[in-house]
Design a protein around this ligand. Sequence first.
Ligand SMILES: [Zn+2]
Length: 147
Amino acid sequence: MLSFEMSQKYKYWGISYNSLYDIISDFCNKKTEMKGSIQNIFKGKCPKCHKGQVFETNGNPILLKMPKMHTSCPNCHHHFEKEPGYFTGAMYVSYALSIAEVVALLIALSLVFPMNMDYLIIFVISLLLGLSSFNFRISRLIWMYLF
Ligand SMILES: [Zn+2]
């Protein structure tokens, strides 16, 4: 009887400890994985090997040069465009990113510089044009890391 209770208790504590430990370690691994993925997105690393660069050039919005992308990873030869039109979905990411930037900039600028809304909109549009190559790269990278 006692041994049965002991074994039940032990099993209970054993199982709960293991499952709790598993949950915590899974959570920590996923958190670390996600943190690593976000860092790799901003570094422009390949979604498969996390070593090769996705873009050849970063582009320059002042010189009207868009970022140039490798067709496959220089390190692991992972083909980035999985199917024709694969990066069409990155436009939605770019749209969401642009809206988030515009809203954040409009709120920040209207709080710091209380000026006419027309000037604010012109300033935000020029900043968005300046961020166009950054948005292009980040949206494609986010799309590749998601799908
Ligand atoms: Zn790679």
